[in-house]
Ligand binder design. Structure first.
Ligand code: GAL
Length: 418
């Protein structure tokens, strides 16, 4: 009998141990130097709570590979405990009952008050909190190399005519005016910044959030497409499918003078030892001053494994603490989702992003390419179409507009704004 109780006690102890000091598998696409370092802030903080972060990183800028791996794992019942999921997909997956509700964590942390309205709305479904947002990236960012600009006596361009004058001079001096890859998501990232520049946030939302097919025939979209094509003469020739970190390197090595990309580039330049406002600076893309094209990196927790729930809740709680928000975003290049972040500790790029975002929804536009504006189907179809237009100099602008309107009609137009 005593032996039996001894055995029972050791089984209970084993179970208790298993339930604790466990690992959480986290799937994401942060594999560049700065992305890795930013993720390590979270890894270290979690380990202080006796939870090990088991890394499931899938390389590939903008997360194309990661999303495919995540979907197939969820479908084969092998969901990780946490994953990077962005924008409307969060509510879609929540609707399928896949995500852990974090209401208690959110309540304890006062998330409703401390998080900006846009990120807070993106993690809610029918009154429940189903994700934890990390940071806000600004996509309409133009980085410029200060050394080249100084050498040529140029000022940061505030308008497209200024941009063109600078680009011509840079080209004549033997530098590449605008670093750019032909990778489809990188072309689309530039395209959406140009759409915002031509049309502003309300028109941008008509296209990609409200999906108004008629809006695709508007001359403002035509002008954005024309500019996308015209900018080719300032890009590397030949144009190849390089990674975004290679684009950042072109700027870092004084090969290229400018780069239009999300501000994760700032994180990468800082990680390579280049300081903001010394080696490079950033300004909003011409025509988008006081506008914010955003993407919000967010983690969801998958429901169903009760042994891991305490760890998942701990991770969610940690992500929103002021210290983690400040340290992670500083390295990542984004800005905190918390309204009480200390703006005095931010560099000039972050400060500009933060102060613009704070102006609210009328200046904000959700990134299509980075999954904030629509579902995967519309995003993938528009990105492919933009890339086709960009690669085929013979395709008339009106043809590209017609094709995009066709995509929106086929996928079901006039969606309600979330
Ligand atoms: C974005 C993501 C960023 C950054 C970038 C490059 O979609 O939100 O965190 O990783 O892709 O991969």
């Amino acid at each position: 009998m005593i032996e039996f109780y001894k055995m029972l006690i050791s089984i209970c102890l084993l179970l208790a141990m298993n339930a604790h000091a466990e690992s959480l598998e986290v799937l994401h696409w942060w594999t560049s130097v700065s992305e890795r370092r930013a993720a390590d802030i979270l890894v270290e903080r979690l380990s202080k709570e006796s939870w090990e972060w088991k890394d499931a990183a899938v390389p590939g800028g903008s997360g194309l590979g990661a999303m495919k791996v995540l979907k197939s794992r969820v479908l084969s019942d092998k969901a990780p405990q946490a994953a990077q999921l962005i924008g409307p997909a969060i509510a879609e997956w929540g609707d399928l009952g896949l995500l852990l509700e974090l209401d208690e964590v959110a309540k304890q942390g006062g998330w409703a008050k401390s998080i900006w309205p846009a990120p807070y709305a993106s993690i809610r479904l029918r009154g429940h909190v189903i994700a934890a947002p990390l940071g806000i990236h600004r996509i309409n960012t133009l980085f410029y190399n200060r050394k080249i600009f100084k050498q040529l006596g140029l000022a940061a361009p505030q308008s497209w005519p200024e941009f063109e004058r600078a680009a011509e001079k840079i080209k004549r001096a033997g530098f590449i005016p605008l670093a750019q890859s032909s990778e489809p998501w990188q072309v689309a990232t530039l395209f959406e910044a140009l759409v915002l520049s031509e049309g502003g946030p309300a028109y941008y939302r008509d296209l990609f959030v409200r999906r108004r097919a008629n809006a695709f025939f508007d001359p403002r979209l035509g002008r954005a497409l024309e500019r996308l094509r015209a900018l080719r003469r300032y890009m590397p020739d030949p144009l190849t499918e390089k990674t975004w970190t290679q684009m950042a390197k072109m700027l870092a090595k004084d090969e290229a003078a400018m780069l239009i990309m999300g501000d994760w580039v700032k994180g990468e330049l800082n990680a390579s030892g280049l300081l903001t406002d010394e080696a490079f600076s950033c300004v909003p893309v011409p025509g988008t001053n006081e506008m914010h094209l955003y993407s919000i990196d967010t983690l969801v927790m998958f429901a169903g494994n009760y042994m891991k729930q305490a760890g998942q809740e701990k991770l969610a709680q940690l992500l929103l603490t002021p210290a983690v928000q400040a340290n992670y975003n500083k390295i990542k290049g984004s800005v905190p989702v918390r309204r009480d972040a200390n703006v005095r500790l931010m560099d000039s790029c972050a400060r500009s992003s933060w102060q613009t975002f704070a102006k609210g929804s009328t200046v904000q536009a959700p990134s299509l390419t980075h999954r904030m504006a629509s579902d995967e189907a519309l995003k993938d179809a528009i990105v492919a179409q933009v890339h086709r237009f960009f690669s085929d100099s013979q395709m008339p602008v009106s043809e590209a507009q017609r094709r995009m309107a066709g995509i929106v009609r086929a996928l079901g137009a006039e969606e309600k704004e979330p």
